[in-house]
Design a protein around this ligand. Structure first.
Ligand SMILES: NC(=O)c1ccc[n+]([C@@H]2O[C@H](COP(=O)([O-])OP(=O)(O)OC[C@H]3O[C@@H](n4cnc5c(N)ncnc54)[C@H](O)[C@@H]3O)[C@@H](O)[C@H]2O)c1
Length: 519
């Protein structure tokens, strides 16, 4: 969702309080127009009205609105009278989304103290305020979303605005003919509750996710038992799986009961693997709290554990009863983790969704700043593309292989650097190499390959020094995706037009690795 969010409504409807919360929830900047205008005049607004007249105030207000409309991704609490001018209303509609906080006069009076009312220049007495509100009602109605605020707290109002501007998305992916619902939502506990159908649940989370997010789930699900693992890749181990099996037994979990895995790819991989093997398979729900999980790890029914240092050696195809992509949780994710997810989403876009590539290319700054509306759009588009590919090819024998764009090389690089670089860095490097091979084969134009490389470089930097060709090649030959001894590369003929190649030679790859050294 591009543009600003403007909150309009009568004095006392809660624009400043809700605006501040909304901005915080969406990772956007907040502007209170009345405060800005007081700063500009160096006077409280009533004095501006008294000294300079309402006309001067409205002129300054309109000028400020023009200035704000040229910026992007703000949450703006407007003054109660901003809607009086038709050009202000038109400008707000053009440059963003307008939300009306709809309050009856009693609510406004109740919220404004006598002192505050005395400070409002257009408040003379209750009757005149009632007639002003009546007159403005229609003007406030010129909006994208109306939210009633009577008898409701700011938290509830904020949640309704978020859900109204960015509705939850539901889609389905087919896992071997079994439908798996995917919900991209701002209220993940509620989505889980719906999937549980009153069966018993047991929660799995890691320490870092548990701290800010577990309480909401525990409360919504009636305090089920929770198994908390240390954060990080080491929890994807047989040892941890064993402890989780014991915990499930201890709590007498049956096959029809649910294991709810709440976290990033580590927790959803561990949870899905254990659920798929406990008593030959128990019901499970994956709730993804990282961007990488939302665009990749949680979707597609693959689960894996590491064997000592060897990544994802033990694994299974699994069929969760549902996947919940938790948009609210993304607000606490650090920036470095966002980059990892954007790299994966960009890869999926290059292979299967021009719309997704366009979203990443145009909205990269917003995505990198953690703008929740931009991330919501990214997750929705990517989940749709991935769900489609998985439905066509659950067991990765055909079209799903295109999602390995950048991964053949990336996994080898990760192994070579003994995981001292991030997955995104490794995959990004692999994507740069694959784009160069595609260009050298005449599949992509130089301009297309350069554009892809430039976008990846804005997200991650390839490691220095350049990796050793021989070692990378040997590692690629040991990859689990090698088929009949042939290394499989996903290449690209254009956005959304992938090519699978099994004939890339070591020399060809070495030449393409030159792209990693160019800045
Ligand atoms: N199964 C698949 O198809 C698949 C696909 C891709 C990746 N993976 C696996 O996923 C794992 C990587 O996933 P990941 O990047 O999500 O790693 P992760 O699960 O380790 O999460 C990364 C870090 O972010 C923290 N975190 C999670 N949610 C948070 C939140 N909302 N706020 C703050 N911190 C939060 C975690 O505690 C952890 O420290 C790897 O093990 C990889 O092999 C699996």
């Amino acid at each position: 969702m591009r543009g600003n969010i403007y909150l309009v409504g009568f004095m006392g409807s809660g624009k400043s309080t809700v605006g501040r919360r909304l901005a915080q929830a969406l990772h956007r900047r907040f502007v209170d127009m009345d405060l800005r205008l007081e700063e500009r005049f160096g006077l409280p607004i009533p004095e501006v009205f008294r000294g300079l007249g309402e006309g001067a105030f409205r002129e300054a207000e309109a000028d400020l609105l023009v200035a704000l409309s040229r910026r992007d991704r703000l949450v703006v609490a407007t003054g109660g009278g901003v809607v009086e001018r038709a050009e202000n209303r038109a400008l707000m509609r053009r440059s963003g989304r307008v939300v009306h906080l709809d309050a009856c006069l009693e609510t406004c009076v109740g919220r404004l103290s006598a002192e505050a009312r005395a400070g409002r220049p257009v408040w003379t007495d209750e009757e005149s305020a009632r007639s002003l509100l009546g007159r403005r009602k229609e003007l406030y109605g010129d909006c994208d979303l109306g939210v009633s605020v009577d008898r409701r707290g700011p938290e509830e109002v904020t949640q309704e605005i978020v859900a109204g501007l960015m509705p939850d998305r539901s889609l389905t992916t087919m896992l071997d003919a079994q439908p798996c619902p995917i919900s991209c939502t701002w209220n993940a506990p509620e989505a889980v509750q719906r999937l549980l159908r009153e069966r018993k649940a047991l929660l799995l989370a890691d320490t870092r996710v548990a701290k800010p997010h577990l309480a909401w789930f525990l409360e919504a699900l009636g305090n089920p038992p929770a198994f908390i693992v240390p954060q990080g890749e080491r929890s994807k181990s047989l040892h941890m799986a064993q402890r989780l099996y014991r915990f499930l037994l201890q709590h007498r979990m049956e096959r029809g009961d649910f294991l709810v895995a709440l976290g990033g790819g580590v927790v959803t991989d561990l949870g899905a693997f254990v659920a798929a093997t406990y008593k030959r398979g128990m019901a499970h729900i994956l709730v993804s709290t990282t961007l990488l999980g939302c665009v990749d790890a949680a979707i597609g029914g693959k689960a894996a554990l590491n064997l000592s240092g060897d990544k994802n050696v033990i694994g299974a195809f699994t069929k969760p009863s549902g996947v919940v992509l938790d948009m609210t949780a993304l607000a606490t994710l650090p920036g470095s983790r966002l980059r990892e997810g954007i790299v994966e989403a960009y890869k999926t876009g290059l292979m299967a969704s021009p719309q997704l590539v366009e979203h990443v290319s145009r909205g990269l700054a917003a995505l990198l700043e953690g703008d929740l509306p931009a991330l919501h759009e990214l997750v929705g588009l990517c989940a749709e593309a991935k769900a489609r590919l998985v439905s066509e090819d659950f067991r990765e024998g055909g079209v799903r292989r295109i999602l390995n764009f950048g991964h053949t090389f990336g996994h080898a690089l990760e192994g070579q650097r003994r995981f001292r670089l991030t997955h995104g860095q490794a995959v990004g490097s692999g994507m740069i190499v694959a784009a160069r091979i595609s260009r050298n084969r005449g599949l992509l134009s130089s301009g297309q390959a350069e554009q892809i490389t430039a976008t990846i470089r804005r997200l991650v930097s390839p490691p220095a020094p350049c990796p050793d060709v021989e070692e990378i090649w040997t590692r690629m030959q040991n990859d689990k995706k090698v088929s009949g001894g042939r290394i499989v590369f996903a290449l690209l003929r254009g956005v959304g037009d992938p090519v699978i190649a099994e004939d890339v030679s070591k020399e060809e790859m070495a030449a393409a690795m030159g792209a990693l050294r160019e800045d």
